[in-house]
Ligand binder design. Sequence first.
Ligand code: NDP
Ligand code: GDR
Length: 350
Amino acid sequence: MSKKALITGITGQDGSYLAELLLEKGYEVHGIIRRASNFNTHRIDHLYKDRHNKDVRMFLHYGDMTDSSNLNRLLEKVEPDEIYNLAAQSHVKVSFEVPEYTAEVDAIGTLRFLDAIKDTGLKTKFYQASTSELYGLVQEVPQNEKTPFYPRSPYGVAKLYAYWITVNYREAYNIFACNGILFNHESPRRGETFVTRKITMAAARIKAGLQDKLYLGNLDARRDWGYAPEYVEGMWRMLQHNTPEDFVLATGKTHTVREFATLAFKELGIELEWKGEGVNEKGIDKSNGKVIVEVDPDYFRPTEVDLLVGDASKAKTILNWEPKVGLDDLVKIMVNADWEKVQKKYLNKG
Ligand code: NDP
Ligand code: GDR
């Protein structure tokens, strides 16, 4: 009998890579998708087969993290061996605009699932998508599983609740529940409003003459950026370990948004020079003096997380997990994927 996994957030960046990984490992994969007026399954379309086919191993169910009865029903129907709770309103800046909804989905949604597991008595393992945003205001670097939390956004605070309710249900009800405290991880499937993908898309479009400028917010923010497919492997390993524990996954290196942008444009042959300070800082194309990057204060957050750099030594020792893709390779992967996309779509090449 193959193992069964249930993934919330299967249509997102991580959900799609995780579904691929689990299908490769022989799992039967069930995913929860939201009803939308447009198709929202483009990241998993290549994995989908009509259920009337013979060897179908991926099944999609409508649902929502705000609907307890739906989650209960799905749990009873699927009886998964493993649950990966990846669904979230995952945009930090947007969480300041929709704080209550973010708490409903990211915090209470997690409780709904854990409580459903408790009520059904299923012996399922539970992975919670926790985040380096929990660390927020810098207490110490690098950040590890013992670093105190100080979230700086409604998103971070909602995820703090989810972190602790996962720990609490593990301790109170003996549920095999783990928090993966994941630092930023990116890929060509990253949502286009997160800063890395926004930059790589813009670099490709500017190179192709489809866009003049890129507007960014805080260029000084430092992030520990890894490659998403490596991180979903880490999630799976957490649930294969013999005891439920919490783990940091990170590269241990940190870079500014400015550095990421410089590398991304360079990959397409555009050398940027930075002039000015704060909201007046500009990224200028050295070859022709054109201003390509400008700061727009609208993208600043009311409270910012200035510096993230993770220490993943626990995951290395216990799970034998170690990331291989560093910033240079990550930028290359993302820029080249977007450049190819732009060429195909707009320049009729390839
Ligand atoms: P994405 O934003 O790409 O995907 C989020 C997923 O959640 C989508 O499938 C989305 O569905 C789904 N979703 C949102 N709201 C609901 C809801 N109310 N009910 C059901 N599903 C919902 O996120 P990532 O893949 O990047 O991240 C996965 C998880 O990991 C998230 O919980 C995120 O907060 C967390 N995380 C991410 C990190 C990263 O660097 N990527 C780092 C640390 C943690 P739809 O497609 O319909 O919008
Ligand atoms: P983050 O990712 O907030 O770390 O959350 P994001 O890419 O949105 O921001 C990273 C940093 O870049 C700065 N920034 C900008 N950000 C965006 N989105 N757009 C801009 O134009 C811009 N300019 C500068 C931000 O201020 C910030 O400092 C991601 C999400 O995936 C979360 O769900 C996850 O929990 C964390 O990573 C770890």
